[in-house]
Design a protein around this ligand. Structure first.
Ligand SMILES: *[C@@H]1O[C@H](CO)[C@@H](O)[C@H](O)[C@H]1NC(C)=O
Ligand SMILES: *[C@@H]1O[C@H](CO)[C@@H](O)[C@H](O)[C@H]1NC(C)=O
Ligand SMILES: *[C@@H]1O[C@H](CO)[C@@H](O)[C@H](O)[C@H]1NC(C)=O
Length: 249
């Protein structure tokens, strides 16, 4: 959840069947598994494994905001240079693992699938062993060489997909906008009123692979995603000119 959360005593989960010993924050008691205490007086929640920071009365995520001279503001947009994305939530085994492209779908901690027509570009084929992106104008595209590029989008299933090379086809009901890429921060899904991203573990039954799925959570699907865990996606800048792949397959 990226929404700013104003402090209030209501944040405290009194009467919870607390397994964790409570800590003190000034006069208040809190569960250190769910909150962080700043300056022994301000409580902020821990969301997606991130203890939110505190800025002049507001709790904020460092994936999207900064606090300078007690003033909260958005991080600058990360535009113009490529980046990889990695999962951030220290409570998960896939913390730090990359967002990976395969089968026209973005996964977490999977393998990257690429293709390069060696007869066309010969030795100029990029290694194709990373999944790299560009952000801009609220959208996300794959960092590729293939003419026409490949655009990433939130499909009607709120999974992240990308277009096939040489095709602009995107299913009806998809969202190509409403994302924020922040310099020194994260790649945020602003669609769906700040419900953010979740990581869903591999299905116990079903065809192999250990990749996790990345899903955009919203008010409608949240109840069906209880097996999934909120995550942030961290932007890892790449040197300008780095090409991820000829095309992602
Ligand atoms: C990708 O391949 C290149 C060239 O073989 C290599 O230098 C680089 O370390 C590899 N990167 C990763 C993330 O495996
Ligand atoms: C939320 O996501 C589901 C897919 O998981 C989609 O069917 C639904 O339309 C989305 N709800 C909103 C409010 O966008
Ligand atoms: C990635 O590929 C390796 C080698 O083919 C395979 O063992 C592994 O299970 C794959 N990982 C995922 C997440 O599918």
């Amino acid at each position: 959840m990226m929404k700013l959360t104003l402090l209030s005593a209501a944040l405290l989960a009194f009467g919870d069947s607390a397994v964790n010993a409570l800590s003190s924050c000034g006069q208040s008691q809190y569960d250190p598994a769910q909150y962080v205490c700043w300056s022994d007086q301000f409580l902020c929640p821990i969301t997606a494994g991130e203890p939110l920071s505190f800025c002049n009365g507001a709790c904020y995520s460092k994936f999207m905001y900064k606090c300078e001279n007690n003033v909260l503001s958005l991080l600058p947009a990360h535009t113009g240079t490529p980046f990889t994305l990695s999962v951030s939530n220290p409570t998960l085994p896939i913390d730090g693992k990359p967002v990976t492209a395969s089968g026209l779908h973005l996964s977490l901690a999977g393998n990257t699938s690429t293709y390069c027509p060696v007869e066309v570009v010969g030795a100029a084929c990029p290694p194709g062993n990373i999944t790299a992106f560009f952000a801009g104008n609220g959208g996300l595209s794959m960092d590729t060489m293939v003419p026409g590029g490949q655009q990433a989008y939130l499909g009607p299933d709120w999974n992240m997909h990308y277009t096939q090379a040489h095709s602009a086809y995107i299913p009806a009901g998809s969202l190509t906008q409403g994302f924020g890429g922040y310099e020194g921060g994260g790649f945020v899904n602003l669609n769906g009123n700040g419900w953010g991203w979740v990581a869903c573990p591999p299905q116990a039954s079903g065809g192999g692979g250990t990749a996790w799925n990345l899903v955009g959570r919203n008010e409608t699907n949240a109840a069906s995603l209880t097996a999934c865990t909120p995550v942030n996606l961290k932007i890892n800048p790449l040197p300008s000119g780095t090409v991820g792949a000829w095309q992602y397959a």
